[in-house]
Write a protein that binds this ligand. Sequence first.
Ligand code: ADP
Ligand code: 5GP
Length: 217
Amino acid sequence: MSSATGTRGKAFVISAPSGTGKTTVCHKLLASDPRLRFSVSHTTRPPRPGESNGIDYYFVDEAEFQRLIEEGEFLEHAQYTGNLYGTSYAAVETSLEEGIDVLLEIEVQGAKLVRDARFDAVFIFLLPPSLEELDVRLRGRGTDAENVIEKRLAEARSELEMADVFDYAIVNDDLEKAVAEVREVIEAERTGDSLRVRARLGRKRVMEVWRKAAEKP
Ligand code: ADP
Ligand code: 5GP
């Protein structure tokens, strides 16, 4: 629905341990859903090859990031493996006021901050099939140095402990299936008819199954 009807857009927060595939999933969602817009975050991390300023992130230095914090520009911000990341109010509010839904792809501490701020959003957690597969994906991506990969894997364990922040959990084993499930959640939340989807993809149920299958010692 558009702002012409006065309807505010919906915010969807997607988080996952790094390497799970959330960027891949989000690109597919955004490419196929014109009612969904990406919330462009700020970061102090240097751009990776192929990333563009203002599209993937706003790449800023620490001084600029601190200035934005002091001026109260961020809905949430967090430090993650040595760099700062933050969602500005502008990144989400402009779209929501236009009646367009917004996708926030952020790490788990940030999702918790958004939840704690009682910001109205639907929280979706993506899970790797297992921690071993997460290791394979981080290495396979080929974008991070060994010490960064180690930090991200260590972070993943504590992130998985914070799963109760989320409404839904979806395992990214088969990519197309995971994308279809996130789409189902988005559609159900848009129409307000989410009971059946929650029964299948609700966080509590999925996490119980995942822990049994993926975290056996
Ligand atoms: P994140 O944004 O969560 O850090 P990426 O989207 O960068 O993760 O994905 C990490 C790596 O895993 C990439 O090389 C990507 O192509 C790969 N990948 C993503 N989803 C799947 C999947 N379902 N099966 C196998 N590999 C995947
Ligand atoms: P990357 O360096 O791989 O692009 O991102 C590292 C982590 O930071 C990912 O989990 C990504 O989702 C998260 N991230 C990206 N933007 C934000 C943001 O605005 N806030 C928070 N808290 N995390 C973010």
